[in-house]
Design a protein around this ligand. Sequence first.
Ligand code: ADP
Length: 488
Amino acid sequence: MALERPLTLWMISSEITPYAQTGGLGDVLSALPAALAQKGHRVRRFLPGYGQVDRTGFQTDPEKIVIPSGPDSLSVSFSSKKEPSGVITTLIECPELFGNRRGIYGDSNADFPDNARRFSLFSRAVCELAANAENPPDILHGHDWHAALVPLFAKFTCSWRRAPKTVFTIHNLGYQGRFPEGELQWLSLPENVRNEVFRMEGIEYFGDVNFLKAALLYSDKLTTVSPTYAREILTPEHGAGLDGVLRKRAADLSGILNGVDYGVWNPETDALIPRKYGASSSKEGKRAARAALEKDFTLPPSNRPLLGVVSRLVHQKGIDVFLEAVPALLEVGVDLAILGAGDQGLVDTLERLRRSFPGRIGVFIGYNERASHFVFAGSDALLVPSRYEPCGLTQLYALRYGTLPIAHRTGGLADSICDLEEDPSGGTGFLFSPLTTAALAHAVRRAVSLWRENPAEWRAAQKRAVEQEFSWDKAASRYETLYRQLVD
Ligand code: ADP
């Protein structure tokens, strides 16, 4: 068989770890490009040149492009860095829109008022660079709404010698980039294109402009980050108002489960936990991690099982349901360790509960990598009560640390956890549905009774959990197949 030629792949995202991250998106843009480069492809990834990005090792590229931006135009330059993986990271430098601000999308009070302009320019700059490139990409692969205009610009405004194919990944349908019609000006579309795209069958959405809709309509292929979520978003319940659009594209939509960077998330090599552990030393390793956690979360030692939560404290994550269930969970006999940041209302309730049940609830408010490792390693079980979860990473990490997930049966949680009641000899955790305090408490009760009454079964489940393999190599192969379908 003839060797297949390497592809030139450009990824476009508002987050890339370690340069800029607020959630799982950054992790994906860290690992997936590297896994594709490992397969021999030429991978370049693009990030807005936020002021706070550490520019060590970046060099300014020769290109400079002027991008129309409403009534003005803005000069954009590019700085790039070759990563040890071979992937090239390029920052879209436009200090007027990205420099000198605290936060990526907004400050602690609100989103930046010019986000439509910022991310429109970001997507357009990448497309124009591609159109002018000596080695143009085979594939432009955008991620989430901030890059959702890429397929639109590629289709309607760029002049191509050889047009690339476009792929778009939905990491979270809940965030769509919806703006009042006036913001459409920042796309700087020629009159005929504006008329073509700004209508109900296009990017208009109840009188507003919806960036995400552009990708859902104009991208050659669509993916999301788990097979179950790919099916769920076709329904009114999970379609966030775009299920109708998605149903029309169902034939081009697929779900590819994210992987885990086991270079970071592995108790055998984890330098952040007090004592590394493997299958034979997990008891000691987990005990040491729990002791460290108890110190950081001001939780007194106890013999009760520890239930951890690592989450953004927002509605999507079902934290409100969890907080309502807390008294029942304490009654079941677990201690709680919660790491998170987000809505002040939820934080206040959490603090109130902590004071009401002294010694039973450890709380760490803030985004803290080290504390998250303590929770994954030091807990017996990890609770993930998300209302919806496109893929979810925390349950994948928990599995590797021998911490059994207890999760709402939705999206990627349903795809990555096997329920112990349904499959006692193959189960790796506990799934519940619907998302109610009663169902959640029942699942925790199931977990606690197994932990108490059948430690051998619990250990066997832990062993199976640790052996689960959610590798990026597997995910990258799926993306590779998709790219080949388009290019060949
Ligand atoms: P989402 O991207 O919707 O927030 P994911 O489960 O896909 O959810 O990814 C969340 C990521 O952020 C995980 O890597 C998780 O460990 C991390 N994380 C979430 N909250 C915190 C926190 N308070 N401190 C440290 N890491 C956190």
